[in-house]
Design a protein around this ligand. Structure first.
Ligand code: PRX
Length: 650
């Protein structure tokens, strides 16, 4: 934190490259300030004007109805999300590539807007033939293949509500999410490819479905051709259904507030929450922010490296780019397959002009060495972006020099599953940047750094990041748990949206996001809950108690360290250590696998019995007490030490 404080006060902002600013949609700070002021003074006028970016069947009658914490945006308006992403482009952009799919192995597959439209219409009719109608949740568990975008848009077309579960989640995690939203249909694949290996999605889904009685139909995309178990009467091939279905599926209008999707994310308890987004406000803010932040042009080749299983993929691979008629690169696999220059090969091959990736990826590239980057011609790039976790200044500078060749502006974009779209980011032709800062709020967005009473922190002081006003793409509720929505987001500091992030705002009004203040941790940008990992740990037969903390990791940002006490009949051993790690990976997914499992005689606790996580965090950060994974650490000693020093956590 000391290092950061220093930066906050010392770092001089660097203005965007002049060449870039000259052609940019927003080319100066004066223009940004003008828009920002206007958006605050006349929010209805501002958002009403932006709403013209979308095609409406019926224009909205009212911009916002705000009954804290419930917002209704573009009230009375009707539109179809898939029409806005497809049909309206067919006249001018029918032959333009919508999705340029790069499989892990084999030739790239371009899919035009016309073809994507036809596929979406067919699958929308196929869903209807399975009895899916407006408002019905559809669970989706797919690898990064174009069919994933087809399924999302097909749901949107008929008003069904998609709920995508990241393909890296295990059967237990998948089952939890399907049960929570009560989906009747699951769309999955026979498998996917990752580093040349087959990921058996259908087998995992089959296991999950054993405890999901609501699902009556499973639609399976054939990707690998590997044999899979088949349940007659329940399982159906995607291609057979689509081939049978008509390509004529008029886009019916839906209310602005019609639910578009549920996306589960981790929170402060072990139970993931279904973040609910609706149609018009969400789509609009995705489309609008694409234009301002990525300065999108007709001939851009835009590549967001996220997985559609996370919100970044929803907003900035599918909805934002397609609503703008852009060409999006979609990559199926890993950044180091077949070699560590795969990303740069893709940039060169497709002449990618905008690259949007994560700090973890950037730090991995740094570690692999610039020779992998330098082998390729990256002259097509004009703008590069970062998302998902704080980017440290060293990684920012490396990205700027090695990838951006000091020519491309960097947009460090701050947002969350809940915010739906980017809320804090530089505008690339306007905002001078400071490495490590997400800079300034987007028009219409009022973030503040405050203490728990809601009092503003001083410049350079750490506090909680909150958002003061509603915005169109904000979550509307937590599916099936409005009380939790109120409590977690609007009840912590009354009247404002609580982000769960710590931040500082400097004298220039620049925001520096420091990371989470709750039990959420970010491993390689993946959002995990320490509580969820702890429940997975204690579901292992040998584990009595568990506490999970994060420690900083040079590449992944954070890593999971688990402290466990064993049941009386279990003995610490290397095998058991590995078994426990593996158990977490099979219960949640390999993204949650602990970097370290440490056995302890007892966990340090306060007198009232609360685990002293701060001590454990310190211990995890400083390294091992014994350095040996098989031996028991006597953490009671720590506890005593803390007590004698009077450190007790509240
Ligand atoms: O802690 C912040 C971090 O990611 C959290 C949101 O995670 P998730 O819902 O998975 O969405 C990730 C993709 C938008 C935030 O609370 N975060 C996201 N972007 C940044 C960030 N932290 C620092 N800088 C960012 N640019």
């Amino acid at each position: 934190m000391d290092e950061l404080n220093h930066q906050v006060l010392e770092e001089k902002p660097v203005p965007p490259p002049e060449e870039f600013s000259k052609k940019a949609r927003v080319g100066s700070m004066a223009e940004y300030e003008r828009q920002y002021q206007r958006s605050l003074e006349d929010p209805d006028g501002y958002w009403g004007e932006q709403a013209k970016l979308l095609d409406w069947v019926e224009p909205p009658k009212k911009i916002l109805e705000w009954d804290l914490p419930h917002a209704k945006w573009f009230v009375g308006g009707k539109l179809n999300v898939s029409y806005n992403c497809l049909d309206r482009h067919l006249g001018k952009r029918g032959d333009k590539t919508a999705i340029l799919w790069e499989p892990e192995e084999g030739e790239p597959v371009p899919i035009s807007y016309r073809e994507l439209h036809a596929r979406v219409c067919r699958f929308a009719n196929a869903l209807r033939s399975l009895g899916v109608g407006a408002g019905d949740p559809v669970a989706v568990y797919l690898p990064m293949i174009p069919d994933l975008a087809v399924v999302l848009l097909a749901c949107a077309r008929i008003g069904a509500v998609h709920s995508v579960v990241f393909g890296g989640f295990s059967s237990v995690a998948l089952a939890d999410r399907i049960r929570d939203c009560n989906a009747k249909v699951l769309v999955t694949a026979d498998g996917g490819y990752r580093r040349g290996r087959v990921v058996p999605l259908k087998a995992t889904a089959d296991q999950a479905l054993e405890s999901c009685p609501s699902v009556h139909s499973v639609v399976v995309v054939r990707r690998t051709g590997e044999p899979v178990n088949w349940k007659q009467g329940r399982d159906l091939w995607f291609h057979e259904l689509s081939d049978k279905a008509s390509a004529d599926c008029p886009a019916a209008p839906f209310d602005s507030e019609h639910p578009l999707y549920i996306l589960y994310t981790s929170g402060t308890t072990g139970k993931p929450k279904g973040v609910q987004h609706t149609s018009a406000g969400y789509l609009l803010q995705c489309a609008w922010s694409m234009q301002l932040i990525f300065d999108l042009r007709e001939d851009d080749i835009y590549w967001c490296t996220a997985d559609i299983g996370w919100v970044t993929g929803h907003s900035y691979i599918v909805y934002g780019p397609l609503a703008n008629g852009a060409t999006v690169v979609m990559y199926e696999g890993a950044p180091d397959h077949p070699a560590k220059d795969r990303f740069w090969q893709i940039v060169e091959r497709h002449r990618v002009s905008i690259l949007y990736t994560s700090p973890t990826a950037i730090r991995a590239f740094m570690a692999w060495g610039r020779q992998w980057v330098d082998k390729h011609d990256l002259s097509s790039l004009r703008l590069i972006g970062s998302v998902g976790e704080p980017i440290n200044p060293a990684a920012w500078k490396w990205y700027s020099e090695t990838v951006g060749k000091n020519r491309c502006p960097i947009v460090d974009t701050w947002w969350q599953t809940e915010t739906g779209s980017i809320l804090i980011s530089p505008l690339p032709g306007a905002t001078p940047t400071k490495p490590g800062s997400a800079t300034k709020p987007m028009p219409g967005i009022v973030p503040r750094v405050v203490d728990l009473r809601g009092e503003p922190a001083k410049p350079g002081e750490t506090g909680y990041l909150v958002i003061e006003r509603p915005w169109p793409s904000m979550l509307r509720t937590i599916y099936g748990d409005d009380e939790r929505f109120r409590r977690e987001y609007w009840g912590r500091i009354p009247g404002v949206y609580f982000t769960g992030d710590a931040a500082q705002c400097d004298r220039d009004g620049y925001f520096w996001i420091l990371g989470r203040v709750d039990d959420v941790i970010k491993v390689a940008g993946h959002r995990l809950s320490t509580m969820e990992i702890e429940s997975a740990l204690v579901s292992h037969d040998a584990v009595a108690e568990a506490a999970v903390v994060a420690r900083p990791d040079e590449v992944k940002g954070e890593a999971v360290v688990a402290f466990v006490t064993l049941r009386a009949n279990a003995k610490p051993s290397r095998e058991l250590n590995e078994q426990i790690s593996e158990h977490v990976a099979t219960t949640i997914g390999s993204i949650a696998r602990p970097a370290e499992v440490r056995f302890a005689q007892a966990l340090p606790k306060t007198r009232s019995g609360k685990i002293m996580r701060r001590l454990l965090r310190e211990l995890a950060q400083k390294g091992s007490v014994t350095g040996d994974v098989t031996s028991l650490e006597d953490l009671a000693v720590l506890e005593q030490l803390a007590r004698t020093k009077g450190i007790e956590e509240g």
